[in-house]
Design a protein around this ligand. Structure first.
Ligand code: ZN
Ligand code: ZN
Length: 279
């Protein structure tokens, strides 16, 4: 059977010398039916790397947002300048105001930038699809919508609040991931995975009815995870027995090193801009 999906990482915190890197994430997806942009990154890496990697953003049929953080939504205006046809898929809470409030440092606005909110408001409502539940784009391409948070150990992974004074927790309910049903099992694409890796993967297995995990790529947001959560996550990763794991973006260098040690370099292939996966 032939390959049915090709994923190219466009933006990541890591990149080889010939590509731009930044704190952010974006991936380009090609299937039999569609070209899909998943997130836009934060700054200029999207346009630079798309050009260098031969990706024509004007041909995207769809843009899927994993969640509303600035490092995933920042280049929406640049994308819309190149593309006037793509339909946009996101969870309803994409545009809400949100902050990172680390104790001892000034609160930081980390929501969708003003320019991106404006750009989104400028396109016809018929092109924007808010997803409050799982949904298929084709018979083999799905997106989760909001992910139930069943695992007590898996919090959102940071000091995230809906205000700038640590008043109301931001549960980042808009966090969603995508999956692709391939001949080798599920290929799962994560943005930041604030819903938690175990919550997300188990939910996708449940929705799709497919148990075999072919591979997982994207931000796993383990950057602030303690040892207990890391071990819990690694036990699940091992039990799923994937063919590969490509932690990217916000997984965190030390969590990635621990994952390499726990699961091995045969399976764990840390991601970077320019990485191509076909399945
Ligand atoms: Zn995030
Ligand atoms: Zn992120």
């Amino acid at each position: 059977m032939g390959k049915t999906v090709k994923i190219t990482v466009l933006v990541d915190n890591e990149a080889p010398e010939n590509l731009a890197k930044e704190h952010g994430f974006s991936a380009w997806i090609e299937t039999d039916e569609y070209r899909i942009l998943f997130d836009t990154g934060q700054l200029g890496a999207l346009l630079t790397n798309a050009e260098k990697l031969g990706v024509d953003l004007s041909t995207a049929d769809k843009l899927v947002f994993s969640h509303g953080h600035y490092d995933h939504t920042g280049q929406l205006p640049a994308f819309l300048e190149k593309n006037s046809k793509a339909h946009i898929y996101c969870c309803p809470q994409l545009r809400i105001g949100r902050y990172s409030c680390k104790i001892g440092t000034a609160p930081r606005f980390i929501g969708m930038p003003e320019a991106s909110i404006k750009a989104l408001a400028s396109i016809s409502a018929g092109r924007i699809h808010e997803t409050s539940c799982p949904r298929y784009l084709t018979t083999k391409v799905g997106m989760t919508g909001p992910v139930p948070r069943d695992v007590p150990l898996e919090d959102t992974g940071g000091p995230f609040f809906l205000d700038d004074h640590r008043g109301v927790d931001d549960l980042i309910e808009d966090d969603q991931s995508m999956w692709f049903e391939t001949d080798n099992g599920l290929l799962i694409l994560l943005g930041c995975c604030h819903a938690g890796l175990v919550n997300t993967v188990e939910y996708i297995r449940r929705i799709s009815g497919i148990q075999k995990i072919h591979g997982i790529i994207g931000g796993m947001h383990l950057v602030n995870a303690d040892e207990k959560r890391l071990n819990y996550t690694f036990e699940h990763l091992k039990a799923w027995n994937p063919d590969f794991l490509s932690p990217c973006h916000c997984t965190g260098q030390s969590a990635t090193a621990c994952m390499l040690e726990a699961i091995g370099s045969d399976i764990v292939k840390p991601g970077h801009a320019g990485l191509v996966i076909e399945a």
